[in-house]
Design a protein around this ligand. Structure first.
Ligand SMILES: CC(C)(COP(=O)(O)OP(=O)(O)OC[C@H]1O[C@@H](n2cnc3c(N)ncnc32)[C@H](O)[C@@H]1OP(=O)(O)O)[C@@H](O)C(=O)NCCC(=O)NCCS
Length: 353
């Protein structure tokens, strides 16, 4: 436990702060967080020429926060800066100081739900208000999109992250568990499972609309078309489809391979959902087997997938299908404790990072 005096410029806000932080994951200079003079920062859209610098800052920022010996190796051959920017360039903000990129933030529009991240700032500029300068205009983007619920994924042990996001109306809610499952052999294709890439471009619109119908049945207006199109257009992986008679029962948008959010080490489930109803559990199990088959034929050594613990049936189904919990984060959300789609009965696997 560490205590230090707040150095706020506003005397009314000064008090002793007490922080309890695992030693291995934060540096002393970040614990005490002296608030240095605010910087002269310009916030503007991130443009294509910024991508290499934004990618480097993302790796170094997370690598530094997590205490990696070589911070720049964070994410290895996985990548999210270019793929997310290509998915929606208008949704990415850059922070610039003296003509140099020093941070960025990515917003994502899933219809009625919006989230942001990764939010990263060059470590030498931490605790000088840069993230807050990025977050103000990010909240404006959400207002423009009209999302009725907002969320983010962060580190549950970090008082800094909690305090930062609470300033913008986010409140810590449930834990989010990252699961993984090693691939052993090539399982048979489960019945009534297909892939979006087999359908041909002419049918794509109809299938995307069917996916929207599935998510809308869970949380009105939820729509991950952006993720399905990004995977198809940028060839990031595959969307697995599970059918119940002739009706789409569920789908999983998966990244595989270097340069995607998965990297060469895994098949990453970016988003998966199953239509609610009495057959939801069986359909979810079939969807997981379809993902496993995809991972095997693409020669990826494991599957990785995030599930919010409030989605109890989905969480238990992951365990029952021999997925192992690896890490956990926390979801922070706007609204009251019942708002959003993190609750029992919801079969969704998703990534808010
Ligand atoms: C998280 C990150 C984006 C924050 O950027 P930043 O520019 O340092 O943040 P800001 O300076 O705008 O805001 C930090 C606030 O938290 C406060 N803070 C810092 N340490 C704190 C602590 N231990 N407890 C409580 N508040 C703390 C700061 O004082 C500041 O608030 P103030 O302006 O009211 O004093 C940056 O540290 C980073 O890139 N980290 C690595 C990547 C990462 O974790 N990204 C977010 C993933 S969810």
């Amino acid at each position: 436990m560490f205590a230090t005096r707040c150095r706020s410029a506003s005397p009314g806000l000064c008090h002793f702060r007490v922080w309890v932080v695992p030693k291995s994951t934060q540096r002393l200079n970040d614990w005490v967080a002296p608030h240095q003079a605010q910087l002269d920062v310009v916030i503007r859209p991130l443009v294509e020429g910024d991508l290499p610098a934004a990618d480097r800052i993302l790796r170094v920022a997370f690598g530094t926060f997590l205490g990696l010996p070589d911070p720049a190796t964070f994410l290895e051959d996985a990548s999210m800066v270019r793929t997310r920017w290509l998915a929606d360039p208008q949704a990415v903000l850059a922070a610039e100081h003296n003509g140099k990129l020093i941070g960025s933030n990515f917003a994502t529009n899933w219809g009625s739900f919006g989230f942001f991240g990764p939010l990263t700032v060059e470590p030498e500029y931490w605790n000088r208000g840069v993230a807050q300068r990025l977050l103000g205009p990010t909240m404006e983007i959400f207002r423009r999109w009209g999302n009725r619920h907002l969320g983010l994924y962060t580190f549950p042990h970090s008082p800094k992250h909690m305090a930062l996001y609470q300033k913008f109306g986010f409140w810590p809610r449930d834990l989010v568990v990252s699961f993984s499952k090693p691939i052993e052999g090539v399982p048979d294709e489960p019945p009534h499972v297909s892939r979006l890439s087999e359908s041909g471009p002419a049918n794509r619109g109809t299938l995307v609309a069917a996916c929207r119908e599935v998510t809308d049945a869970i949380f009105e207006g939820l729509d991950v078309e952006r993720e399905i199109r990004a995977v198809a257009d940028q060839q990031l992986g595959e969307t697995v489809l599970v059918w119940d008679s002739s009706r789409l029962a569920g789908f999983a948008v998966c990244h595989t391979g270097p340069g995607t959010e998965a990297g060469s080490g895994s098949c990453y489930v970016k988003f998966a959902a199953v239509r609610p109803g009495p057959r939801a559990g069986d359909n979810f199990a079939r969807l997981l087997r379809g993902i496993e088959r995809l991972a095997a034929v693409r020669h990826t050594p494991k599957i990785t997938a995030d599930v919010n613990v409030a989605r109890r049936e989905a969480f238990r189904a992951m365990l029952a299908n021999r997925f192992r919990p690896e890490r956990q984060g926390v979801a922070m959300e706007t609204g009251d404790a019942a708002a959003g789609y993190n609750h029992a009965g919801v079969y969704i696997v998703d990534d808010w990072r």
